[in-house]
Design a protein around this ligand. Structure first.
Ligand code: LLP
Length: 417
């Protein structure tokens, strides 16, 4: 990851030594690189040049205001899934006309707030939601622009918890019921049909699941045209993977070239395309720094007990996910195989297993690929205040979220009289 690199034996984010950040700001600490965010954005921007594509950052991956502001400045739209995420994008001054609202369980107040803000589209996931959205829109004198999120029943070949486009998943409207659902949508007074949407999963490394989904959606679009329902845009959701270990990610350009080849072959290249990448825009733009608290050498396992835990980075615990681990300074000498674990009282609290490390108490380690689904999934389990976040920009850095205090956690609680 070019924006995190070793110079004279120590690890840097851009031009800032990570040890300086750990010393000044403490650990656990999330560190992001502004240049890495820009580079990831550029890989999409250059792939869309000359094509009518709107990139809506799937902000659930990392919703810090500073990250959102960068993407807003670069011209991104946003894919939101809650009233809270809407509030965040409005706070950074993003253009609501580039916001799509996804999610299976939107509530009336969230629908109303998004209608008032003037979002581009609601990605609707059930017939019941169509009715509620129409009612909310009518009650405030608006028309809600809608796409139906169609479940194309394709296997994205990814972890079961993050595949979303299979029949058995809770998401979307089954493709065989989609035409009927569109007829309902077209008949409701508060709705305006504008698009077709799907989302097939996350951390996808092959092009074929996208093309399978695309073919099914294009058949649906033809059927809709036959029924007199015209579509302006096609939202092809499903997140490109990143390199955690040795995955070869698919570049946005490789995907888009093949998608456009299909669209042209079917004379549908005039459709506006929407994409909703999250992980691939931020995942490798962030690290989590953590300090070795104790080393514990046992009969069968050696443990490096660090100050970050499953409450800071849940992915290893939840998905058995592999994250690279780098010491900030390479020590000479033999390595020992460690399980790197946190202080939380659960055996599932681990960040990495069986890693050959030459470390001592007090050393700081960087957990790689922590820019996506890291801080956003943090909790306060074990009454652990959440980590701080810092953005490096060249030789400078900016704290973009203060470390939480224990007082922050107790605020709002009370005992019985
Ligand atoms: N749009 C929708 C409707 C989504 O459900 C998602 C992710 C995205 C966009 C962004 O997808 P991405 O480009 O990040 O793949 N916590 C899991 C990932 C869950 C993804 C859920 N949906 C993880 O840490 O791997």
């Amino acid at each position: 990851y070019p924006h995190f690199h070793v110079k004279d034996g120590s690890l840097y984010a851009e031009e800032v030594p990570l040890q300086v950040l750990a010393d000044r700001l403490g650990t656990p600490l999330y560190v992001y690189s502004r240049a890495a965010l820009h580079a990831a954005w550029e890989s999409y921007r250059s792939a869309t040049a000359g094509r009518d594509v709107l990139i809506c950052y799937g902000m659930k991956a990392n919703s810090n205001l500073a990250v959102l502001k960068e993407f807003a400045r670069l011209g991104a739209g946003f894919d939101i899934v809650s009233g809270g995420e809407l509030k965040r994008v409005l706070t950074v001054g993003a253009d609501p006309a580039k916001v799509v609202f996804s999610g299976v369980g939107k509530q009336a107040w969230e629908m109303q707030a998004a209608l008032e803000a003037g979002v581009k589209c609601f990605n609707v996931e059930s017939e019941a939601e169509l009715h509620l959205l129409s009612d909310v829109a009518v009650s405030i004198g608006k028309k809600a622009p809608v796409s139906l999120r169609v479940n194309p029943d394709v296997d994205a070949g990814t972890h079961p918890y993050i595949s979303t486009g299979l029949k058995e998943n809770k998401f979307g409207i089954a493709i065989e019921n989609a035409l009927d659902a569109y007829r309902t949508a077209a008949s409701l007074p508060g709705l305006q049909v504008v698009g077709v949407d799907c989302h097939i999963g996350s951390q996808i490394t092959e092009v074929s699941p996208y093309l399978d989904a695309l073919d099914k959606l294009l058949n649906l679009i033809d059927a809709l045209a036959g029924a007199g329902i015209a579509i302006e845009h096609l939202d092809l959701g499903g997140g490109l993977g990143i390199t955690y270990v040795d995955e070869t990610p698919l570049a946005p350009k490789a995907l888009l070239d093949q998608v456009y080849a299909r669209l042209e072959a079917r004379k549908l290249a005039h459709l506006k395309l929407v994409m909703e990448p999250g992980r691939s825009l931020v995942g490798n733009a962030g690290l989590l720094l953590t300090t070795v608290q104790f080393l514990k050498h046992g009969e069968t396992h050696n443990f490096a007990i660090v100050d970050a835990a499953m409450n800071d980075l849940l992915r290893p615990t939840l998905y058995d996910a592999w994250h690279g681990l780098l010491p900030l300074h390479q020590r000479a000498g033999a390595t020992v195989e460690y399980d790197v674990v946190g202080p939380v009282c659960e055996s599932g609290d681990w960040l990495a297993r069986k890693r050959a490390l030459a470390v001592e108490q007090g050393d700081v380690l960087a957990v790689e690929s922590a820019g996506a689904y890291g801080m956003v999934m943090a909790s306060n389990y074990n009454t652990r205040p959440r980590a701080a976040e810092v953005m490096v920009d060249g030789a400078e850095y900016h704290v973009i979220r203060k470390r939480e205090s224990v007082e922050d956690l107790l605020r709002g609680e009370s005992t019985l009289p």
